[in-house]
Structure formats: C-alpha cells, structure tokens
Design a protein around this ligand. Structure first.
Ligand SMILES: Cc1cc2nc3c(=O)[nH]c(=O)nc-3n(C[C@H](O)[C@H](O)[C@H](O)COP(=O)(O)OP(=O)(O)OC[C@H]3O[C@@H](n4cnc5c(N)ncnc54)[C@H](O)[C@@H]3O)c2cc1C
Length: 386
C-alpha cells in the first residue's frame, strides 16, 4: 500500500523549555571556564566534557533507569542535542553511542551486555564507532564481506571496515559482519551485528586524513579478532531487519542540519541590527528553511517518542537538511556585506573561520549517513514510487 509522509506538528512541552535553559547555562559556564571555545565544528575529543554531561543525566536520556538511563522523553533529548550542536560543544566522544549504539544494544543486545555497557555509556565513559562501510560496500551496506566465522564460545572476525569515524578514540564498534552467504530469495540475508571491543588482539586502526586536514575517520582491519557469543546483537544472519532501525536513529536528528549553522550565525552577526533589504531577505529565507527543517526533525522526535520507526521521514529530513546545510556556506558568502557596504564587518575572524570550516566540510554532508541518491531511493520506495 502506498505510504504517505507523516510530519505531525509537535510542540515542545514546558519541561523541555526549562531543560533548554539548564543546558544553555551549563554550556555558557563551560565556555566561560575555558573548557571549550565558541568555534565551528563538534570540537575536539573531550572525555571530561562527556563525563560532566553524563553526570547531568544528558546521555542515554530516554533509556530505562535500570540501565543507567533517565526515562526522559525524546523531545527532552532533542532539546539537549540541539543546544549542544548550536554551541559547538565537544560531544564527539559520546554522541554516536548516545544516538545509535546505545539504542541498538538496548533493543537487541543480550541482558548481560545491557547491564554492563549501557550505564557506562550513560556516564560518558565509553566511546563507540559504527562499522558499516567497507572498501567495496558503502551505499550497499548489505554487500558487506568482512566475515565472522563461528568458533568455540564466539566468532573470529576477518576483513576491513573503512571511513570509520572516531575508531581511533573508541572503546567499541557495532559492526555489520557476514555470517552466511546471501540467499536467492533475500540478498540481504546472512549479515549479523556484533559488539566488538576495539582493544581485542587482531584489530588494527589506521588513520585516514579528511579534507580539513583532521584525523577523524579510519580504516579498521580485523585479523582473526575474537568476539564472544555474548556480544552478538540480535539474531544471526538477520541484521537486515535491525540495520534500518539503526539508520533511522542516525538520520533523523538535528545533527543533520546544524553542521554549517555557524556560517548563518556569523552572517547575522555581521549584518548588524539594520541589514539592507537584500541581506534581510536572504537571511529571512535561510531562517525560514531552518525553521521548517527544525519542525520536521522535531516531528520525527515525536514519532520516536510514540515508539515508531519513521525511516522514510528520517531519510527525508536528512536529505533536505544536508542539502540545505551544504549550500549554506556559498549563500552566506554571496549575501555577506562587503567592504564599503553600510554595515562594517565587526566579526572578521569568526566570520572567516566559520566560512572556511563550513566550506571544507560541506562536501561530506550528503555522503555520511547515506548519500543523497540512496536516501532518495529509500524515500521513493517508501512512497511506493519504485
Ligand atoms: C565524513 C564521513 C564519515 C563517515 N563515517 C562513517 C562511519 O563512522 N562508519 C561507516 O560505516 N561509514 C562511514 N562513512 C561512510 C559512508 O557511509 C559512505 O561513504 C557512504 O555510505 C557512501 O558509500 P561509498 O563511499 O562506498 O560510495 P558508493 O556507495 O560507492 O557511492 C558512490 C556514488 O554512487 C551513488 N550510488 C551508490 N548506489 C546507488 C544507488 N543504488 N542508486 C543511485 N546512486 C547510487 C552514491 O550516491 C554516490 O554518489 C562516512 C563517510 C563520511 C563522508
């Protein structure tokens, strides 16, 4: 049956507004104390910051208390994520675990693993990375060939994962591994998800330097690395049923449209209180896009709160959000008042830094977490168009 998008309007409850004030006060105190700067990106890897966020109860917010969670709503979590991103807080040491690895373990992990791992994620102690892409399988994750072969008490892993963000800083990876060949009826059959401790002998992490010159992602090589049975996530050979849940967690949040936001903020600062008509109109247009994306993304948070898996809506938010944020640095450059214009630039350094950074990261935005073309394929299939 054809599917229609559902983006029901969601209003943030009063407790979320109160929480927003708390998060802002915390972040402003951290900046004032010099613990992180008002830069552009997600900031450096910073475990101290993660621990402080964990102490405040802002990691694993929606998880059950018995696993170290806080049983708060997805809408409250949404507010925390939004503020962290808007302030460029250094969340990279815990954000992947909070966003997708933890929820996957909660949903499909063994009880002993939930008890051992989830509280350590929620306290900000553990960092996770995502092991989906391989040299010969990126968009087509179900073509993965890195193997897990059954052995006594567990599995031996051999092969390579690539573009693994943060693997060099991570304690664990959730990896999609080949445990059987695909079947004629289902080419997605035969893959299994595992929790892999990255300190396990037989695992080598090699850096890949990105366009900004930073070491952010890696190649991870497995050579007879042992993974215990207990670390199986979900059913053997049936990961195709689970991986789309993981991608829905990955795709729907404000992290998919707030990565180049600093360019817009600095443009508004540069425009001053009385921008000319052209600039005011340009800023207004971008803010209107931003406000619409935010409503859509909030609506997805509302669906997660209702226990749904809004995969098609999440793909639409990611596609629209990343296309918007990818185009933003160029639009800001064109709109910015030039020397000799009525509003003299007062934020030269910050403006230039925001433009430099956002221009360099723009190309990756429509690749990471699923390319533009692949997302549109998912949306088309979801709508019954292919
Ligand atoms: C900054 C960054 C961080 C990343 N972090 C991680 C990570 O932590 N873990 C991880 O596992 N991966 C990560 N990735 C990898 C990312 O998920 C893949 O790059 C992405 O899925 C695309 O795969 P690929 O690079 O192999 O390109 P391909 O799949 O080879 O695609 C090449 C081109 O072909 C197009 N294409 C492919 N298939 C189709 C199709 N069916 N229909 C139409 N067009 C198609 C694509 O859109 C693309 O334009 C990261 C990537 C980036 C850029």
């Amino acid at each position: 049956m054809p599917y229609n998008f559902h983006f029901d309007p969601v209003e943030l409850p009063p407790e979320a507004q109160e929480l927003r004030r708390e998060v802002r006060a915390f972040l402003e105190a951290e900046i004032a104390a010099g613990n992180f700067g008002a830069g552009s990106g997600k900031g450096p890897f910073n475990k101290d910051f993660a621990r402080k966020v964990g102490e405040r109860g802002w990691i694993g917010m929606t998880w059950p208390k018995k696993y170290g969670g806080h049983e708060r709503s997805h809408l409250e979590r949404y507010v925390v994520i939004e503020e962290m991103l808007a302030y460029h807080a250094p969340t990279r040491s815990y954000s992947t675990a909070d966003r997708q690895s933890g929820p996957m373990i909660l949903r499909y992990g063994k009880e002993s693993v939930k008890q051992a791992i989830l509280p350590r994620i929620a306290s900000g102690e553990l960092c996770f990375c995502i092991g989906l892409s391989e040299p010969n399988s990126g968009s087509d994750v179900f073509a993965a060939s890195t193997r897990a072969t059954k052995t006594d008490g567990g599995w031996l892993v051999n092969g390579r994962k690539i573009w693994t963000s943060n693997a060099h800083n991570s304690d664990y990876m959730i990896a999609l591994l080949r445990t059987s060949p695909p079947t004629k009826e289902n080419r997605r059959h035969g893959l299994t998800q595992f929790l892999i401790a990255l300190k396990t002998p037989g695992i080598t992490t090699r850096p890949i330097i990105n366009l900004t010159g930073a070491h952010d992602f890696n190649e991870v090589v497995f050579d007879d690395a042992f993974v215990p049975d207990e670390h199986l996530i979900g059913e053997v050979d049936m990961a195709w049923k689970q991986a789309s849940d993981e991608l829905a967690y990955e795709r729907s949040g404000p992290d998919r449209w707030l990565e180049t936001f600093s360019a817009l903020v600095e443009l508004v600062r540069r425009a001053g209180p009385e921008p000319d008509e052209r600039l005011a109109e340009g800023i207004g247009r971008e803010v209107a896009h931003l406000a619409t994306l935010r409503r859509m993304s909030l609506s997805v948070a509302g669906m997660l709160q209702a226990g749904k898996t809004p995969a098609v809506e999440a793909a639409a938010v990611k596609d629209l959000g990343t296309n918007w944020e990818q185009a933003l640095p160029d639009k800001v450059r064109l709109l910015a008042p030039q020397e000799g214009d009525s509003a003299p630039p007062s934020n030269d350094d910050r403006f230039e830094e925001a433009l430099r950074y956002t221009t360099l990261i723009a190309p990756k935005l429509t690749i990471q977490g699923g390319t533009r073309e692949v997302l549109r394929g998912i949306i088309a299939r979801g709508l019954g168009l292919r």
